[in-house]
Design a binder for this molecule. Structure first.
Ligand code: ADP
Ligand code: MG
Length: 767
């Protein structure tokens, strides 16, 4: 059944060649107990290793069941060791970090026997060697004799045809030795047992054939096979392979024996993950805050459409920067005229009635209001304690109330302002007084309302009902020849039936939670109806009709340059009499989603139009949020890049740790190989180890990173009053754990490959 033909084996170390086996011819019966005797160094172990397929012969052939092994592939040898051979070593070679049961099961595990079958069989052989009740102990909890019994049980577990024992009693006392020999003799009843020993007495007492070696040569054989019959044995082997689960179990148990180190390693390599987790949770949190801010506040910022808009598209920016491919510090004695950048990006929006119609046709559920700004002059006169005076209020003290376009939707004023007293204006002759967050108002506004501003405070009810007058152009201006001048009889104007009385009907203040939108806004608010009315009246008045044909500026009396100048006839008219087309339109969307739709609607208008005919708008909220968003993105990328460096460092560290582990587990590699594990399986064992470390470090990283968000949030809350900003996105957490595992596995890959390349014989020799 097993035949060695002219086997030669030599080892070369340091230029010196040692012939370990010389021309060995030896045949074994299917069932016998062969003892191999010989002095130390005579080649006994080498012979066993060659029979067991752990070592390769240089020349000759090993014939197993009539099959030559000359052309055996590595995996065939692995399967042969697993299926046909059971090894028993002098130093037991048990894997210390797994239970006795697992040790015995290992060979079966490698050849894919099911868990229940494995356990039953392992317990059966453990029972045979008298150790059934010790099955769940660790090898180092047993005596030497017991450990050797476990090794015997392991050798028997896979039902091999051949048991190879290398000085199995070499490390045992004589009484235990006898017990072990009895056990082996029992086994030899139905198997081929080849046992190396240098104890001639044991050999004589137990073996039924004694083969002697000296200096690598066979020198005697007590029972040689003379006429070898050709036994009709079929050669068949079951391939081995270790599942990743087995590899995980092996490595997990190994790691358990060095918890401290593993934990430290995992912690060290988790630092990068902690950093990235923290950065991601911060940036994620800020993104959410920005988004919330955008939804709450920025979305209610108006979309502005004015006569002049900035054309700030990306293409434009690129165009502007590329323009600049001019030579620096040229020697040429010339100058180049340059158009100001502002002019290059300035776009004139032609706002006409059609566009106003287009705007008014917008879905009225999308907007809280539309505010029109007109260049119409408001000629106002007030009655003060010092007499009748023209009112000169600055632009910031006079505001128009955005028009509410849908009764079911709260208007811009309702949403953003608290009405502290009175009510919102409903009529064209009603005014709203808006005061700032400290209830202050420009004293000129109060003066215009005829209130004594020497007082320290003015009660709300003293303001309600106060009034001023709007005087129309016809009365406000007076014509002297070709000149126009302002009338000086303000009392007459004030008391004229023609003038319109405006009354304060309410007092309002920006809501506390709308600070961003309303801070700094105060003054008198008038209705759009008032503006419409003024435009109508002035349209009919002489002064506008005259001005339409005039060559003079009524305000300065200067001759008006009709052909080319700043002040065109139309602006002059619109300044004086107002224009039914406003100079600026502000659209107030009801919320974030509505805003998107409004923008789409505005974009639709421009579709297919030449640039000069397009109406460009400014979305202030978007500019603010995209600015803060892109700043956040930039910071996040920089910080993650820094943390990534520590990830690389930790991968290298994992490589080193795995290498150390390979050195420590060399013996285990040898044992696994002897039991039939393939090179691939050994790689798998170490990959499993780094997998576990990677998983641990990922989990630790996420855990610590998550815990660190608590103090981080406390600090942020102190600084910004925003609670719970840092939030770790679960998707990020999972991705980080995967990254951690991938990086550690990459780090451990080379040592794992090195482990697989280890020569099993040498691996078994290491201590
Ligand atoms: P035994 O088991 O009979 O004591 P071995 O088979 O272990 O002897 O060794 C036979 C000879 O081969 C010895 O001289 C030993 O030094 C040498 N030898 C065995 N293995 C190696 C090896 N891996 N490298 C170099 N020499 C070796
Ligand atoms: Mg030996």
């Amino acid at each position: 059944m097993l035949k060695l033909q002219n086997i030669n084996k030599s080892y070369t170390t340091g230029g010196f060649t040692q012939q370990a086996l010389i021309d060995v011819n030896l045949e074994f019966r299917k069932n016998e107990f062969v003892a191999i005797l010989g002095p130390s160094g005579s080649g006994k172990t080498t012979l066993l290793n060659i029979i067991g397929g752990l070592d390769k012969y240089d020349s000759g052939d090993v014939i197993i069941n009539n099959k030559s092994t000359k052309k055996f592939k590595a995996t065939e040898w692995d399967a042969y060791r697993n299926n046909s051979i059971g090894f028993i070593f002098q130093s037991y070679n048990l894997i210390n970090h797994i239970s006795i049961l697992d040790n015995v099961e290992m060979g079966m595990t490698l050849s894919g026997v099911s868990a229940s079958k494995r356990k039953a069989k392992a317990l059966e052989v453990l029972d045979k060697v008298g150790l059934k009740e010790h099955a769940h102990k660790r090898p180092n909890q047993l005596s030497g004799g017991q450990m050797q019994r476990v090794a015997i049980a392991r050798a028997l577990a896979n039902d091999p045809d051949i048991i190879l024992a290398d000085e199995p009693t070499g490390a045992l006392d004589s009484i235990t030795s006898v017990q072990i020999m009895e056990l082996i003799k029992e086994i030899a009843k139905d198997k081929l047992v080849i046992m190396v020993t240098h104890n001639a007495d044991l050999a004589n007492n137990y073996a039924n054939r004694i083969v002697e070696f000296k200096d690598g040569r066979l020198i005697s054989d007590s029972n040689p096979i003379n006429n070898s019959k050709n036994q009709k044995e079929k050669y068949k082997l079951k391939k081995t392979s270790m599942s990743f689960l087995t590899a995980l179990k092996l490595s997990f148990n190994n790691i358990r024996t060095k918890k401290g180190r593993t934990l430290l390693t995992a912690f060290a390599s988790s630092i990068g993950i902690i950093g990235i987790a923290l950065i991601l949770s911060l940036s994620n949190g800020f993104d959410i805050e920005i988004d919330k801010f955008e939804r709450d506040t920025l979305s209610s910022m108006p979309i502005m459409i004015s006569e002049q808009a900035m054309e700030m598209t990306e293409e434009k920016m690129i165009e502007l920067s590329n323009n600049d491919n001019m030579e620096e510090y040229p020697n040429k004695k010339v100058v180049y005229p340059q158009q100001p950048i502002v002019d290059q990006v300035l776009h004139t929006n032609v706002l006409d009635q059609d566009y106003i119609k287009y705007i008014e046709n917008i879905d009225n559920t999308l907007l809280a209001g539309i505010a029109y700004t007109r260049t119409t002059a408001l000629n106002m006169v007030s009655k003060t304690s010092e007499g009748y005076k023209p009112v000169a209020l600055s632009m910031t003290d006079l505001n128009s109330i955005p028009v509410k376009i849908n009764d079911d939707i709260p208007g811009v004023m309702e949403v953003n302002y608290d009405i502290l007293y009175g009510h919102l204006p409903n009529e064209k002759n009603e005014l709203l007084l808006v005061i700032d967050s400290k209830n202050r108002i420009n004293d000129q506004v109060l003066e215009a309302l005829g209130i004594d501003i020497e007082k320290e405070e003015v009660a709300f009810d003293k303001i309600i009902g106060t009034e001023l007058k709007i005087v129309f152009n016809n009365e406000y201006y007076r014509q002297i020849g070709n000149y126009f001048t302002i009338n000086t009889n303000f009392e007459a104007m004030y008391n004229s039936d023609e003038s319109l009385s405006l009354k304060v009907v309410g007092i309002a203040r920006g809501k506390e939670d709308k600070k961003t939108l309303t801070s700094g806004i105060s003054g008198l608010f008038y209705t759009d109806d008032l503006m419409d009315y003024i435009v109508q009246i002035n349209e009919k008045s002489n002064i506008v009709n005259i001005q339409r044909n005039a060559d003079y500026n009524v305000l300065t009396g200067e001759k008006f340059d009709n052909t080319d100048g700043q002040l065109t006839k139309d602006t002059l008219i619109s300044y004086l009499g107002g224009d039914s087309v406003p100079a600026m339109i502000n659209l107030y969307p009801v919320d974030f989603d509505a805003k998107e739709q409004v923008l789409d609607y505005l974009d639709q208008y421009n579709e297919g139009k030449e640039l000069e005919d397009q109406i460009l708008y400014t979305d202030l909220g978007n500019i603010i949020s995209s600015l803060s968003g892109s700043i956040m993105d930039a910071i996040t990328i920089v910080l993650i890049a820094f943390s990534a460096i520590s990830l690389i460092v930790s991968s290298i560290m994992i490589g080193i740790i795995t290498y150390i582990s390979v050195l420590e587990r060399t013996k285990e590699i040898g044992v696994l190989r002897a039991l039939g594990a393939r090179k691939k399986d050994i790689t798998r064992v170490f990959n499993a180890e780094t997998f576990i470390i990677g998983l641990c470090s990922g989990l630790i990283g996420i855990l610590i990173g998550g815990l660190l968000t608590i103090p981080t949030n406390m600090i942020i809350e102190n600084l910004t009053e925003l609670p719970n900003v840092a939030k770790l996105n679960p998707v990020h957490a999972i991705i980080l754990i995967i990254i951690s595992m991938t990086l550690t596995m990459i780090g451990g890959f080379i040592p794992a490959k090195m482990a697989a390349k280890k020569d099993p014989v040498e691996a078994l020799r290491t201590e």
